[in-house]
Design a protein. Structure first.
Ligand code: CDP
Length: 806
């Protein structure tokens, strides 16, 4: 080796593998406006679909007259439920085991529900046709309040189910009841409460919000009558699931369905499920023999495609006098709207909500969730969260603050006293989850030191004294939140969708020149998968990340996968990628041994090559081995260098984080300024620190939107009053605070590269942190819990209720 020979470290750096802040390769096309989204697709002869929607929250349909619409120049067809019935598609199964109307059949159950589908030569003609479809409605009583859904005399939402005593998840106790789901040990929990020194009980509401990706839901369906094949381009977070469900619903054989998800402009859970627009576009293409495009507008997206949250939680904690938690109990009413179209794994009607004991060592815990029908849009998706984990984190983190207040303890000190200790991992929670790894105290202490927590509390004390003396009208709030996520759905013993186990996959082909392609069953919606999967391969195989192309979203070429949501890509497909690499590497090692005329065991791996142990001058690089794989393999070995891995994770991964926020509130206007937001995340091994930081910024911005202003609100008549960005708060760069990010690294012991997910974490931890900050500002005045969202009006109202306006 001469001085010019690069060292192992220099060679490793050149690969841009794991740990490198590699620039996002996909941005080259995005920043030049060269992305390829569904609405960019133009096919000769393509038609356009538009939807007639219900103006009422609940009404019987007496008559639909499509004659005038059909006569509009350019209108080719008008679909109604009666037309769909001829192909048995008036109703479709949901992921949650319910059935959902594709187009209104007999009545409408929520405002803006799909009633008819107009297909025309142009978007404009379709819109004109929509205006002329005449629907005669008879209004029915409306209920949009989940707390009233199971009362006597509440309007019957689902007449089709009213006499059914069994649902998809067991017994139903009322005609508007969907399911009851419980976890934990009720007897042990009740016993702990019976002998508790101190208890708290609070009704905590996580309002209905919407993921609102900037690109709405859309598709192009093209049915080839000659071949009997359907090609469906669409905004799909889980393309293979859409193919399988599409085949089951339409009876088109699955191998004759080609699903393609091109570039996607944000998903956040909104693009997991199947919507009426997709089914109508497919039927319209079959009926007309031409490709049909359907593109949702903003109002349609906000008011009809999958909402998130709407959890109404009665939370209790028991503790000793000196602040050790002994039990938690939570009863929740979950508002699922008019159809149960929740995107959860089959066994989990309330998602992974039983992570609600959070990061604390609760000896006993119990939760019970009742799902109910109301006159609201269906959905219940994991909006930048892993299946109800955000609701759970908000609930426990608010409750911990309320208990600290009752005990007269500092909320951070109270948490430190109850956090699961490092030596307790792997830790089995009272709900039975096995948390894989964690070092919570290190994270919490680092966060407190970084913001100088002690000094902030001193400043707050002075401000509070000044407020009491009438010298200021400003209150300072310090929010603390510590969260544990459960991501990477999931182990097949725990998770499936419609009976398909929630594994994921990667197929890697290394070409003779040492470049390659990796195809996956996941689908990026902006998370940078093209960049980061290549980094895993670079480190595992010693080939530059730039030499690896990553392709997702084509069901004809990608191995079967369950898609991207709930931060499952890195924990599941990231693992599949590493495991596929290891198969390739094992073959390369045999080829190297053959070429170097040594035994396999005499070789050792060094960054990008196999070298002979004790004789490092004799080596074969991965690039050389790729070439050899196509012309010089040992006798009897198959040529080529490729592998596929389907990874069924042994457990979820449990990322965690400590967040601290400082707000200043003007009590006379309710104006709340976020002075500081510090977020420490631990997602195990970090693949790309720059992308992680971007994920945290994005997720915190969404958390800020949710905590400080978002709500999909319905009035008592069932009108959705927040269906546009005029009324629904979407933070822009102007409102968004400055984010300070930090990390610790505690690898997952069961993941091949030790990585946990990260994309959802900031939304999970951010919301309670903001809410705790606002609540903390008022706590010294006797306030225990102010409901989200903390917009200026509600904050002003909270101050008014406390008598702060004189
Ligand atoms: O499933 P989804 O892609 O939404 O979430 P994720 O698995 O948490 O990954 C989001 C992005 O962060 C991906 O580009 C990951 O590769 C990256 N990431 C990372 O660099 N290191 C981690 N430990 C986890 C995620």
């Amino acid at each position: 080796m001469n001085d010019m020979t690069p060292t192992s470290a220099e060679r490793a750096e050149k690969l841009e593998g794991m740990g490198c802040k590699r620039k996002r390769v996909e941005d080259i096309r995005f920043v030049q406006g060269k992305g390829n989204y569904v609405d960019d697709l133009k096919i000769p002869g393509m038609l356009y679909g538009d939807i007639v929607r219900s103006p009422h929250g609940h009404a019987r349909i007496k008559k639909i007259d499509t004659a005038k619409a059909a006569a509009v120049p350019g209108v080719v067809a008008v679909l109604t439920a009666d037309v769909l019935k001829t192909v048995n598609l008036a109703w479709m199964p949901t992921l949650a085991g319910d059935m959902q109307m594709v187009l209104a059949d007999g009545k409408v159950l929520y405002q803006n529900q799909e009633v008819a589908f107009v297909v025309a030569e142009s978007r404009e003609a379709a819109a004109d046709g929509v205006e002329l479809v005449e629907v005669e409605y008879e209004q029915l009583p409306v209920n949009v309040d989940p707390m009233k859904a199971m009362t006597d005399g509440a309007p019957t939402i689902r007449e089709d189910l009213k006499d059914k005593t069994d649902g998809a998840h067991g017994k139903r106790k009322h005609y508007n009841h969907i399911f009851s789901w419980a976890a934990g040990d009720k007897a042990a929990t009740d016993a702990a409460f019976a002998k508790a020194d101190v208890t708290i009980k609070e009704f905590i509401v996580y309002p209905r919000v919407h993921p609102c990706p900037l690109e709405t839901c859309q598709c192009v369906a093209s049915f080839d009558k000659i071949k009997g094949e359907l090609t469906l381009w669409g905004t799909f977070q889980a393309p293979h699931v859409i193919r399988t469900v599409g085949s089951l619903i339409s009876k088109i054989p699955e191998h004759k369905i080609h699903v393609i998800a091109p570039d996607i402009g944000g998903g956040f859970g909104n693009k997991v499920g199947a919507y009426s627009g997709y089914i109508c576009a497919i039927v319209a293409s079959i009926v007309t023999g031409r490709p049909v495009k359907w593109v949702e507008d903003r109002i349609e997206n906000l008011s009809t495609t999958a909402f998130a949250r709407d959890f109404h939680m009665e939370m209790e904690i028991a503790a000793t006098k000196d602040g050790k938690v002994t039990a938690m109990r939570c009863y929740t009413i979950a508002d699922h709207g008019a159809f149960d179209a929740c995107a959860n794994a089959t066994k989990w009607p309330a998602g992974l909500f039983s992570i609600v004991s959070g990061s604390y060592d609760f000896p006993a815990a119990y939760c019970l969730v009742d799902g109910v029908y109301t006159n609201k849009a269906p959905g219940g998706v994991a909006y930048r969260c892993s299946f109800r984990v955000t609701e759970a984190a908000y609930c426990i983190e608010r409750a911990m603050d309320i208990m600290a207040q009752k005990l007269g303890m500092d909320p951070a000190e109270f948490r430190l006293k109850n956090l699961i200790r490092r030596e307790q991992f792997p830790y089995t929670s009272a709900f039975g989850w096995q948390y894989d790894s964690g070092d919570y105290h290190t994270a919490m202490n680092k966060a407190m030191e970084s913001v100088n927590y002690k000094k902030l509390r001193e400043e707050q004390k002075q401000k509070r004294d000044a407020f009491k003396r009438g010298e200021t009208r400003e209150l300072m709030g310090i929010g603390v939140a510590f969260f544990t996520e459960i991501v990477g759905a999931g182990p097949s013993r725990a998770c499936d969708i419609l009976g398909i186990a929630m594994f994921d996959s990667a197929e890697i082909r290394i070409h003779p020149t040492g470049t390659g392609i990796c195809r996956l069953g996941t689908k990026s919606q902006g998370q940078g998968h093209e960049t980061t999967y290549a980094q895993i391969i670079a480190t595992e195989l010693g080939l530059p990340a730039d030499n690896i192309m990553v392709e997702e979203g084509n069901t004809d070429t990608a191995p079967y996968g369950l898609g991207t949501y709930g931060s499952r890509s890195t924990p599941v497909s990231g693992a599949a990628t590493a495991m596929a690499c290891r198969k390739i590497k094992a073959k390369a090692q045999m080829i190297a041994a053959y070429m170097l005329e040594v035994h396999d065991d005499d070789l050792e791996w060094d960054v990008d090559r196999f070298r002979v142990k004790g004789n490092p001058e004799r080596f074969k690089t991965m690039t050389e081995l790729a070439w050899a794989a196509y012309h010089e393999v040992p006798p009897g070995m198959e040529p080529g260098l490729e592998a596929i891995n389907y990874y069924d994770p042994p457990n979820f991964t449990f990322p965690f984080g400590a967040y601290i926020c400082v707000v200043d509130i003007d009590v006379d206007t309710g104006t709340t300024k976020v002075r500081r937001f510090y977020a420490l995340d631990d997602c195990g091994t970090r693949i790309n620190p720059m992308i992680i930081e971007g994920q945290i910024h994005g997720g915190l911005t969404e958390a800020f939107g949710i905590a400080m202003g978002q709500e999909i609100h319905y009035d008592d008549d069932g009108n959705v009053t927040t269906a546009s960005f005029m009324d629904y708060f979407l933070p822009t760069a102007v409102e968004t605070p400055h984010w300070e990010t930090d990390w610790t690294t505690t690898p997952s012991p069961h993941h091949p590269i030790g990585a946990k997910g990260v994309g959802e974490s900031p939304n999970v931890g951010g919301v309670p942190c903001f809410s705790n900050a606002v609540n903390d500002a008022f706590a010294f005045l006797g306030s225990t819990h102010i409901q989200m969202p903390h917009d200026h009006w509600r904050t002003w109202t909270a101050a008014e209720k406390l008598g702060l306006h004189g």
